[in-house]
Write a protein that binds this ligand. Structure first.
Ligand code: PGA
Length: 251
């Protein structure tokens, strides 16, 4: 059966010391708890190794927020999937809308990143999502379908089961405007249907699909109670244990 996952995405927040402190605080808060979901934290690259060493990695998975689309070589400033894996991180967030919009990441680049992540035993948390104009023009299903088909559908069935998807409507990210539970379920069911058609029911049923976009302590329970919503990718509300814990405990 697929896993429930609550993953934090710190984005470009917290210096190294603050990041280690937050990771330790979360680790402490989770110590005595029996959890009904996996917990992941997505930190900046430079935090990865220290955060891995600061937490019980059987309880908290550590994620990078990106990796290069090239294996190695003369790509100044880039960080490869192999480098991410060598820190002890187990996940990598790929295709976040901020990377697509501000850093011009294309479907083709993302396809390479996913491939390299898998080759290095990292679990990609692959983000997809439509912008407001696309939803208003009723194009949101087409947009999501293309994003999935263009970057993921060349994967073998076996590799596809190693991926986590995160549906993040761009209009909901950091805006306080969450998708309704019904809107989330509708899209997640659509995504699962695409996976069933391509890879079959058994595989599709085993892929976790997270919701992201202004998910918080107040709406997590309702969102996660949908049959096809298997957890959340949490930005702002993952930056403090007080806000992140109730989301983890929504399961
Ligand atoms: P948010 O961000 O929770 O701050 O809306 C979610 C994300 O971008 O992953």
């Amino acid at each position: 059966m697929r896993k429930n996952i609550v993953a934090g995405n710190w984005k470009m927040n917290k210096n190294l010391q603050e990041g280690i402190e937050l990771a330790k605080e979360l680790n402490e808060a989770l110590k005595e708890k029996t959890l009904k979901c996996e917990v992941v934290i997505g930190t900046p690259f430079i935090h990865l190794e220290s955060v891995v060493k600061s937490v019980d990695t059987t309880k908290i998975g550590v994620a990078a927020q990106n990796c290069a689309d090239k294996k190695s070589g003369a790509y100044t400033g880039e960080v490869s999937a192999e480098m991410v894996a060598s820190t002890g991180a187990k996940y990598v967030i790929l295709g976040h809308s901020e990377r697509r919009a501000y850093y011009h990441e294309t479907a083709e680049m993302l396809k390479e990143k996913v491939k390299l992540a898998l080759e290095n035993d990292l679990t990609p948390i692959f983000c997809i999502g439509e912008v407001l104009e696309e939803r208003e023009a009723n194009k949101h299903f087409d947009v999501i379908q293309s994003q999935i088909e263009e970057s993921l559908f060349e994967l073998s069935a076996e590799d596809c089961t190693k991926i986590v998807l995160a549906y993040e409507p761009v209009w909901a990210i950091g805006t306080g405007k969450t998708a309704t539970a019904a809107q989330a379920q509708e899209m997640h069911a659509f995504i699962r249907k695409l996976l069933v058609e391509k890879y079959g029911l058994e595989i599709a049923e085993n892929i976790s699909i997270l919701y992201g976009g202004s998910c918080n302590a107040g709406n997590a329970k309702e969102l996660f109670s949908n049959p096809d919503v298997d957890g959340g990718l949490i930005g702002g509300a993952s930056l403090g244990v007080d806000k992140f814990m109730p989301i983890i405990e929504a399961f």
